[in-house]
Design a protein around this ligand. Structure first.
Ligand SMILES: [Zn+2]
Ligand SMILES: [Zn+2]
Length: 238
């Protein structure tokens, strides 16, 4: 019995020394958010369209874009998501968004850090996709802003604060492509002037890309020269 307080003290000391644990399997870690095994098992995006980030089975010739981009070129210049929106990423991002499991935000947000230099070196501002004020109030936080936090800290890039979601849109999940397009129409507005030439839109998931298309269109109409898009995960086309 005498040993119990000692064990408790050692265990809290260990927790102090090793405050991190893998967000997927719970293994204690000296640092970071994923253990080696879970990190390598994450569904990393392999071959993807350079324009819209859509995962592809085979690489395209240099300079070529996927059939979606050819049929309906997106207003943004480049979009990329490092992960596929499948297990365990889908569950983790839903838990972040709908069950306030905020510890997932720095874990997945830090995956953005190397990409800023590798893919998006010339952006001059960050824009987490804004939520409608009513949804923001209900949820208490904006998951895109939480995911963007490590990038914001590391890069020192300004975060655009005068873009608003002006229409209370239905959640995009459960809508087909045409409904998604209608649902997002005129969803965003820039209040006042936009002082940035190349904003990087940051989101949790790109599904059909309709939200990013609408937001990029709004930014271009407000004077941006180019818009790029970075999300944690990209839905796998059916
Ligand atoms: Zn793990
Ligand atoms: Zn594409």
């Amino acid at each position: 019995m005498k040993g119990q307080p000692v064990i408790a003290a050692v265990s809290s000391l260990l927790r102090l020394l090793l405050p991190h644990s893998c967000v997927i399997c719970g293994l204690s870690l000296a640092e970071g958010h994923f253990c080696g095994a879970c990190r390598s098992d994450l569904p990393w995006t392999g071959i993807a369209c350079e324009r819209c980030g859509k995962p592809l089975a085979v690489p395209l010739p240099p300079g070529a874009y996927c059939s979606d981009c050819q049929l309906r070129p997106p207003p943004f210049e480049k979009a990329f998501a490092p992960l596929l929106y499948i297990f365990p990423v889908d569950g983790a991002l839903k838990a972040l968004k709908f069950r306030r499991q905020l510890f997932y935000a720095p874990a997945f947000g830090k995956l953005f850090l190397p990409l800023l230099e590798e893919i998006f070196a010339d952006v001059d501002a960050l824009l987490p996709v804004p939520l409608h004020p009513r949804r923001h109030a209900r949820r208490g936080f904006n998951q895109a802003a939480e995911l963007c936090r490590p990038l914001r800290r590391k890069s020192g890039l300004p975060v655009i604060g005068n873009v608003r979601r002006v229409r209370f849109t239905k959640p995009q999940s459960g809508l087909d492509a045409l409904e998604r397009r209608r649902n997002m129409k005129a969803a965003f507005a820039v209040r006042g002037s936009l002082y940035f030439r190349h904003p990087l839109v940051v989101d949790d998931v790109i599904t059909t890309g309709e939200t990013c298309r609408q937001l990029a269109g709004t930014l271009l109409a407000a004077g941006a020269e180019r818009v790029s898009v970075l999300a944690v995960a990209r839905a796998v086309p059916a």
